[in-house]
Design a protein around this ligand. Structure first.
Ligand code: HPA
Length: 288
């Protein structure tokens, strides 16, 4: 055996160790969550949206009680998981999420989603707050994601592939499930809520964008900009979950409106649309 192959074997051993450790971390988190129930649908509630979606008979766990879960640090993100029922369907609700800009690794950011996959969840609904880039969008609009652009410069699947979860090179040609989008439009119509459609671009943050960056993102094909969702959507597709994305446009993106952006405005607008989003989720989730 040459020196090179010895190094190669050692490296392979290390990779296998890291992979097994991550799979065990996911399994431990899933085991704790299993105490809350056996949901098939999970809903992640974003900035200012934590309170929008009540579930019946809920049992909750704070992130801090789930092994391996880091604590979120952003105002407006509570950081707990609830399992309960909506029209008889068992649903998991994640109130608050982990963001890359908080300093978490992307592996940490997507750990909850991977734990849900391990728990048996089949459908993931990701909600978020975003800035509106496309002309015609207004603050307060609810927008169904049709696709995304990963502008984070990193991918949650980088590093050793977690083979038991999914393939090394997963297809991303339909991240946001077409059939589920049709259901969402139908249900939104039934409850009298207008759902627009758009492409979401994820930036690292935490600074908001400059007007020049927003013009560049528009030229790239983005309709919305935000700092979340894309890592979770990629990890969910890798693990074979179906994904639906719903964004609340909390503000017009930098330079689209002459006003400066603020986190307070983001929280205020999402709270203004909270009741409608809650109504939509309550009607929609049992039908996913
Ligand atoms: N940019 C990035 N993220 C956001 C925005 C924005 O304008 N609004 C809400 N989240």
């Amino acid at each position: 055996m040459t020196e090179w192959s010895v190094v190669g074997v050692r490296h392979q051993g290390k990779e296998k160790g890291a992979r097994m450790e991550e799979m065990e971390r996911i399994a431990r988190a899933a085991k704790e969550l299993a105490k809350l129930g056996a949901p098939q649908v999970a809903v992640v509630l974003g900035s200012g949206l934590s309170g929008v979606f009540p579930v019946e008979g809920e049992r909750t766990l704070p992130f801090s009680a789930i092994p391996g879960f880091p604590a979120p640090s952003v105002a407006g993100h509570a950081g707990e998981i609830a399992v309960g029922t909506v029209s008889g369907r068992t649903v998991l609700v994640q109130r608050g999420r982990l963001h890359f800009y908080e300093g978490h690794s992307l592996a940490d950011v997507v750990l909850p989603v991977r734990a849900y996959a391990r728990l048996g969840v089949k459908v993931l609904v990701l909600t978020n707050a975003s800035g509106g880039i496309a002309y015609g969008l207004e603050a307060g609009d609810l927008v169904l994601l049709t696709d995304h652009i990963n502008f984070l410069g990193q991918n949650p699947l980088q590093g050793p592939n977690l083979g038991p979860l999914g393939p090394r090179f997963p297809d991303m040609s339909e991240v946001y499930d077409r059939a589920l989008r049709q259901v969402a439009h139908r249900v939104a119509g039934e409850v009298g809520i207008t759902l627009k459609e758009g492409v979401y671009l994820a930036t690292l943050g935490p600074s908001y964008e400059t007007p020049a960056e927003i013009r560049a993102f528009r030229a790239l094909g983005a309709d919305l900009v935000g700092m979340s969702t894309v890592p979770e959507a990629i990890a969910a597709r890798h693990a074979g979950l179906k994904v639906l994305g719903i964004s609340c446009v909390t503000n017009l993106a930098a330079g689209v409106s002459p006003l400066p952006l603020s986190h307070e405005e983001v929280i205020e607008t999402s709270q203004r649309r909270a009741a409608d989003l809650g109504r939509l989720l309550t009607a929609l989730v049992p039908r996913l």
